[in-house]
Design a binder for this molecule. Sequence first.
Ligand SMILES: Cc1cn([C@H]2C[C@H](O)[C@@H](COP(=O)(O)OP(=O)(O)O[C@H]3O[C@H](C)C(=O)[C@H](O)[C@H]3O)O2)c(=O)[nH]c1=O
Length: 183
Amino acid sequence: MTVEETTLKGCFVIKPNIFRDDRGLFFESFNDKVFKEETGIESVFVQDNISLSAKGVLRGLHFQTGRFAQAKLVSVIKGKALDVCVDIRKKSETFGQHFSIILDDIEKTQLYIPKGFAHGFLALDENTIFSYKCDNYYNKSTESGILFNDKTLNIDWRFPEEKLIVSEKDQVLPTFEAIVNAK
Ligand SMILES: Cc1cn([C@H]2C[C@H](O)[C@@H](COP(=O)(O)OP(=O)(O)O[C@H]3O[C@H](C)C(=O)[C@H](O)[C@H]3O)O2)c(=O)[nH]c1=O
């Protein structure tokens, strides 16, 4: 496994060792001991989520607030996705900056996103299966988010906006500015 911290402190790109043979392949999708050794993070994941998305589906940008904020370890089990996380930790030197990465079922790259980030992804293949571990439970009353095409964040989703499939809920998420002013 290789672990590399991104430009956003506490956010790590993790590349598992994949053992391939004539039967197929094997890899450890999560190993708490190695994770702690490599990232220094005492993870306590309590909930695993899986979503399946058609090509062009964009989910996000989402986050839970306050004591229900979630750190996530995200990966793609089948297909390909452009994954984006935004640093919304007000005291962070990289506040308002984002990191994007392609996650797919070939490299099986994972992204660890700490609490205090908004997260979203765009499915680049049909029936992309997205899987992630969370270190806090779902809490609907603390759900919030930022518009995927927020002008301040200016995220390049590398996909024609008219072809995106975005839920009604996500189409009316607040702007980054509204989130900043509300905090
Ligand atoms: C997130 C979540 C949702 N739900 C229920 C609530 C809705 O009835 C249904 C679909 O939820 P939603 O439309 O919020 O699903 P996504 O748009 O994939 O949301 C996720 O999208 C981005 C990428 C994230 O990082 C978040 O983890 C999460 O917000 O599942 C649950 O029961 N438990 C949960 O943990």
